[in-house]
Design a protein around this ligand. Sequence first.
Ligand SMILES: *Cc1c(COP(=O)(O)O)cnc(C)c1O
Length: 363
Amino acid sequence: MSRAFNFSAGPAVMPEEVLQQAAAEMLDWHGSGMSVMEMSHRGKEFISIYEQAEADLRELLAVPANFKILFMQGGGLAENAIVPMNLSQGGAMDFVLTGSWSQKSQKEAGKYGAARVAASAQADGFTSLPSPPSWHIGADSRYVHICGNETIHGVEFHELPDLKALGCDAPLVVDFSSHVASRQVDWSRVGLAFGGAQKNLGPAGLTLVIVREDLIGHALPHCPSAFDYKLVADNQSMYNTPPTYSIYIAGLVFQWLKKHGGIAAMEQRNIAKAQLLYDCLDNSALYVNKVDKACRSRMNVPFFLRDESRNDAFLTGANARGLLQLKGHKSVGGMRASIYNAMPLEGVQALVDYLREFEKTQA
Ligand SMILES: *Cc1c(COP(=O)(O)O)cnc(C)c1O
């Protein structure tokens, strides 16, 4: 058996050690005689898995005590509705549009209240970030939404905006689906962060919400009970059956992160991986990444061949070398390499070697 290097944007590469441990524990978890997916979510075995996962995540991300960690379902897209149902209180919200995902969030929130555009980078094809002092945030804003890392356009906030410094008291909501656990978070600037697990944490089916306590308990009357943060928090994410197996696997990923030096070490590795790849693209006559260097994503690297007629040949050659899922998102075309936490440096090096080799054959 040989494992390929998988550059999928999500569901995405998992740490091999985690997959091996899950395989070894598949039939009989720790002498319980059961697989984790067969356990009651209210039994002592699963409760211990859940409590360990939550404690590890809180430690890894340095989540302050006045934030709740919620394990939900529905993915990032469901949170686009669940956040306004819980935080808007029927008032207006402000969105910073930096790519497809923030656009989707703003559109969905419009079903629940006034979803205003505070700033947009659409005019330059979502290759830059509008600087926070230029944002138009209403004085009555219930919250300000950003997408921390735009998975499709490859644009990332390397510093979270300090809304207080902009004279804004509204909480910041961050969609961190595709860069959660890849870098440290300044929680003093955040009211709520959410993300699906399938990019950087584990299997699809689990959605992580980390929310400041004072923002809980204000859901709109028609908010489904299973999506009311207060009910979810008061029931330790077990108001209804949580995605138990996905929580278990995410918990193994948290242990893997701790074993390999935690988020600070992971962030350094991610910086090195991204630099290796961007340097290769920037020093080539064939490939191009159009994103402003100040906000290039460390997780998702979209790039184009200047001669697009070579796209199919490029992908065929990549697949033959075990470099998988490099095709760009259909809305932007070209290529995209997602290099999440679980992608080793050797995988990025193998991609860079191939990029150089393919370019030479085109000369
Ligand atoms: C993948 C992604 C989503 C959507 O997640 P689903 O789990 O498919 O709903 C939302 N936001 C960002 C930034 C993403 O990368």
